[in-house]
Design a protein around this ligand. Sequence first.
Ligand code: AMP
Length: 283
Amino acid sequence: MEIFEEIEPLRAFLQGKRSALNSIGLVPTMGALHAGHLALIRACKAENEVTVSSIYVNPAQFNNQTDLDKYPRSLEADIEMLKAEGCQVLFAPQDTEMYSGKSLTFDFGSLDKVLEGEFRPGHFSGVALVVSKLFNIVQPDRAYFGQKDYQQFQIINQLKEELKFPVELHSVPIVREKSGLALSSRNQRLSDENKTQALFLYHSLTDAKDQILNGVPFAEIKSEVERRAKQNRGVQLEYFELANKNTLQPLEDLKDIHNGIILIAAFVNNVRLIDNILLEKKR
Ligand code: AMP
């Protein structure tokens, strides 16, 4: 695997690889890799001659300094995992390579005012900035993101449309532990007991999906989830919402239920976790 910390040598290397026959796929990550990330690498490898992964903990997308400081970092182990998966190129820059002090901000209208956008102001502006930089640096034909960060995918899609990035975006299903817990780098900060508490997220989603598809009003389901969260020591619910999967605005018309998605965010032992479930098909 070729490893680059700097933009220009990476660009020169990729220039040599770029041709009508070779497609380049990009998998952006913040490292502390797990099987969820590896599913993206595998999807990318299946469809592209060259797979480029990036590992960069992007300060611009953190609205909380402690969260940034505590974000797990394990570059050596990550490199071994990427090599084992057959990833050909890793871009792992330092902050000085990515930012020169000035910063651009983005506004996505209604899309970044709800859910994650409401609770993490500035987060999606930071995501859009780093993804724009990565798209410009790598110029991938395809880029791969996880469904776990569902709103992030919608944001990047709007970014691509508005800025005319010639890239095909792919969304990869959520990889979970056997228990149902969505894999996340942040799970490293959870004890076994915390992981059991964290199942609150997955169970709330799957129970709600069954209930909604059986005609139970969402308002009823939501207040029950809020009530159970209050009783559950160690879980602090931030949001639990039913939205239209394209606009992420509240879904009110139940005729539209198959375009619905339920999204949840909660702190477990001060670790912020998110998850979601689409309503389009039965589990
Ligand atoms: P992160 O390193 O957390 O920024 O994630 C990098 C990419 O991996 C993002 O596109 C995430 O949506 C994706 N990802 C993270 N966790 C999972 C998971 N459990 N299943 C599938 N994709 C994931």
